[in-house]
Design a protein around this ligand. Structure first.
Ligand code: ADP
Ligand code: MG
Length: 379
């Protein structure tokens, strides 16, 4: 039974009627463009066929009541006075709070949500939750839906309601994504361009099943190092530095900071080249760029891990693999590989076995294809 059928059935049992609306929003994986977002650069993420689903019906008061099939506790709050909760429902409350402060007219509803996006694996279950909640409110009130504005509202939810320093990529792709396409996002002005995924290739997400706790401090340290580099060159962000300038005018710049900057500058170039290769349907070039991205993240930016390096090496050595790299902030989490369609199932099996043999961790492997961004599915 699909997740859509499952929440519909569950809704029916609980409320004795079919849901008035069913909405969904997808998780995502970043193909290339890592640690470039906070340098006002480029990213190239893709939605995946794993989503957050909500089945709901409007209420005639200002209450929102929602339970998750995956988490205990349920949300029950009033739009008249939104206060903080203590569980997963913070994302729901926060989204409602942001939308109201931005002037959207919201009405109460009740329903059920469920998701097949693994939590905390780096596939962005939180952005999917935010965007599906926005779609749920929209389904009732029908304001003019602008995906990029909704992405910004979802980011504000994480930044201002939850106090997290999240970038804009996850929300942008979960709201602007499209079936069979990837999205090139300019993180400076938030313009974006949909590009078809080349035919005959599969995107495979390889979860190393390893997580690191130091990730927040390491992340903040990289942000600070990038700021030092952009200050050195007197620019707003590293996005503004061409590679030639970095190579010829960095006398006096600390060697470590220079390496960090080199990752960002070369990664921006790679991301733009990857978008071009994608447009030309050139999977070989795309794979090479992904491999180069991994080496840069491993050696210049130093955010990879033993498990990620092992996973990428194993993936790269399989037949039908065009390229692979770590994806996400790093130190653990997922890698992503570009694989010939016909090889994808055997690739998934072989990589899983070899990785477990070498590391002792049991990996999760997802063969993904891009789906639509946050949307109304029924109603
Ligand atoms: P991710 O990398 O998956 O986005 P986050 O830590 O940013 O990880 O977000 C995970 C949080 O999103 C969970 O702690 C929970 O609050 C919420 N969440 C994700 N999936 C669900 C779900 N199926 N039901 C309820 N809440 C969920
Ligand atoms: Mg998240």
């Amino acid at each position: 039974m699909s997740l859509q059928q499952q929440i519909t059935t569950e809704f029916q049992q609980r409320f004795n009627q079919l849901p008035t609306f069913v909405v969904r929003a997808p998780g995502r994986v970043n193909l290339i463009g890592e640690h470039t977002d906070y340098n006002e650069g480029f990213v190239l993420p893709m939605t995946i066929n794993r989503s957050m689903w909500i089945a709901l019906r409007p209420r005639d008061d200002q209450k929102v009541i929602i339970s998750s099939l995956d988490f205990p506790d349920f949300a029950d709050f009033s739009l008249d006075e939104i206060i903080h909760g203590e569980s997963w429902d913070e994302y729901v409350r926060g989204m409602a709070w942001v939308l109201q402060t931005e002037g959207y007219h919201l009405q109460g509803w009740e329903g059920i949500l469920a998701s097949d996006i693994p939590v905390g694996a780096g596939l962005s279950s939180s952005a999917a939750l935010e965007l599906s909640v926005a779609r749920a409110f929209w389904a009732i009130s029908r304001w003019d839906w602008n995906p990029t504005k909704m992405a910004l509202a979802a980011q504000r939810t994480e930044n201002e309601w939850l106090g997290l320093k999240s970038g804009i990529m996850d929300q942008m792709i979960s709201s602007n994504g499209k079936e069979d396409h990837v999205l090139l996002i300019d993180c400076r002005d938030l313009t974006s361009q949909l590009i078809p995924l080349p035919e005959g290739v599969s995107v495979v997400v390889l979860d190393t099943a390893s997580r690191r706790s130091l990730i927040d401090s390491a992340y903040n340290e990289r942000v600070t190092q990038c700021k030092l580099a952009s200050d050195f060159f007197g620019v707003v962000a590293l996005r503004d530095i061409p590679l030639a300038i970095l190579e010829t005018r960095s006398v006096g710049l600390d060697a470590l900071i220079r390496r960090r900057a080199r990752h960002v500058v070369t990664e921006n170039n790679r991301t733009l080249q990857a978008a071009e290769a994608m447009q030309a349907g050139d999977a070989i070039k795309l794979g090479q760029l992904m491999n180069a991205s991994h080496l840069s993240l491993r050696d210049d930016y130093e955010v990879s891990s033993e498990e990620l390096n092992t996973m990428v090496e194993i993936a790269d050595s399989q037949p039908g693999c065009f390229g692979a790299r770590m994806t996400g902030a790093g130190f653990g989490g997922c890698a992503v590989a570009l694989v010939q369609n016909s090889s994808a199932p055997s690739f998934a099996d072989e990589v899983a076995v070899a990785y477990q043999e070498q590391t002792g961790f049991q990996p999760y492997v997802y063969i993904c294809h891009p789906t639509n961004g946050a949307e109304l599915v029924e109603g």
